[in-house]
Design a protein around this ligand. Structure first.
Ligand SMILES: Cc1cc2nc3c(=O)[nH]c(=O)nc-3n(C[C@H](O)[C@H](O)[C@H](O)COP(=O)(O)OP(=O)(O)OC[C@H]3O[C@@H](n4cnc5c(N)ncnc54)[C@H](O)[C@@H]3O)c2cc1C
Ligand code: SF4
Length: 333
């Protein structure tokens, strides 16, 4: 039995205090905030999420996209994915983000889905979504049938003996490459978390996916000032052309100076247990000319630590080609 409650703007602090009384902000949370519901309601129908109280935060005044004093962008957690993707400044200065969002889900889902909810969308691992199966992420200590079972779409980077689930978000791959910051409001005040530190590797606690603590409300995502003259590409490879999650994707932000790559920020999707920033690829590209051979070296570096499972070895080469091609597109003109 769940109760659904609308949270008025004046009641934001009370909602945070209510959620803070629970044991966890992770899997099994007794209180959940509701954004667009495209993850949460799905999982409640499957009994994977069983919160006693659902606090609908759609009325909170967190639906604005505003310039920051240092030239960046502050994006409210309730901004719909579509509104963010089509925002003029995002399309102009952070086009990798716009591209990534528009490669995800469907127009209808993007119209509902919020920025805060997208950061917290859950894995599509089939065992996680089926309560008849064991799953360490859903029930800690119960086991991970994916490691010896159906793992074609699962992660090849960042996995552990306890979980190899892929983080499915496209938007988060772009936010990782753009070095965004997540603004969180909790009972003890507001704090900012660098995007790369927000999601956790599964290690021995795959039920713990982010640094959020009970009561924490994501209020904003902050983008730093745009990188002048940067070329930006999001390339997503998947089993069908729409309405499908990435098997491999690459977000590329780079600048070129005197024919050499002067700055790069690279992240991969579809292959990691979290949105996967690749300092290895960035190092391989720094100061180098824009040739196919250099792009391939960067892709080799990005995937060097990959650990495939029985069904997903193909992802290593796929991800390499994805990144190589994304770099080729980004530097084409
Ligand atoms: C059929 C289908 C296909 C999809 N395909 C893709 C795809 O190709 N690529 C892709 O990236 N995504 C895809 N998605 C996922 C979709 O992007 C997410 O479901 C969506 O972004 C989640 O946003 P939401 O607002 O609906 O989240 P909700 O379902 O409302 O919430 C998700 C989680 O976040 C929590 N939450 C929400 N807002 C806050 C907040 N402000 N602070 C703290 N906690 C919060 C909720 O409590 C819940 O635990 C797909 C989804 C579906 C159903
Ligand atoms: S990979 Fe993770 S989510 Fe999937 S069954 Fe194993 S523990 Fe569960």
């Amino acid at each position: 039995m769940h109760t659904f409650e609308f949270i008025r703007p004046a009641d934001q602090a009370a909602a945070i205090a209510t959620a803070a009384q629970t044991k966890t902000a992770q899997q099994g949370a007794e209180v959940r905030f509701l954004g667009g519901g495209t993850t949460l309601i799905d999982l409640m129908k499957l009994n994977v999420e069983t919160p006693a109280r659902v606090l609908d935060i759609n009325r909170l005044p967190l639906d604005k996209i505003e310039a920051t004093s240092d030239g960046g962008l502050q994006i409210g957690a309730m901004v719909r994915n579509s509104d963010l993707a089509y925002h003029a400044k995002v399309q102009k200065d952070y086009s990798v983000l716009s591209q990534a969002i528009l490669e995800g889900a469907s127009a209808q889902i993007r119209n509902m889905a919020t920025v805060g909810g997208n950061l917290l969308q859950r894995t599509r691992c089939v065992y996680f979504r089926d309560t008849a199966m064991t799953c360490n992420k859903r029930e800690p200590g119960s086991g991970c049938p994916a490691i010896t079972g159906h793992n074609r779409t699962l992660a090849i980077l960042g996995g552990s003996d306890h979980c190899i689930a892929t983080n499915p978000s496209d938007m988060c791959v772009a936010l990782a490459a753009l070095e965004a910051t997540v603004q969180i409001q909790g009972t003890k005040g507001s704090r900012a978390v660098a995007f790369g530190d927000f999601h956790l590797l599964p290690a021995s606690t795959p039920n713990r996916e982010t640094v959020l603590e009970p009561g924490d409300l994501i209020t904003h995502v902050i983008l730093p000032a745009p990188i002048a003259g940067s070329k930006q590409v999001y390339l997503k490879l998947r089993d069908r052309a729409s309405y499908e999650f990435a098997l491999a994707s690459a977000a590329v932000v780079l600048t070129i100076s005197s024919g050499k790559i002067s700055r790069t920020q690279i992240a991969l999707g579809g292959v990691g247990t979290k949105p996967w920033r690749s300092p290895e690829a960035e190092a391989a590209l720094a100061g180098k000319p824009t040739t196919d051979a250099i792009f391939r070296e960067a892709a080799e570096a990005a995937l060097r630590g990959a650990k495939p499972q029985s069904e997903n070895k193909f992802k290593i080469e796929l991800a390499k080609r994805c990144l190589t091609h994304a770099l080729r597109i980004a530097t084409a003109n």
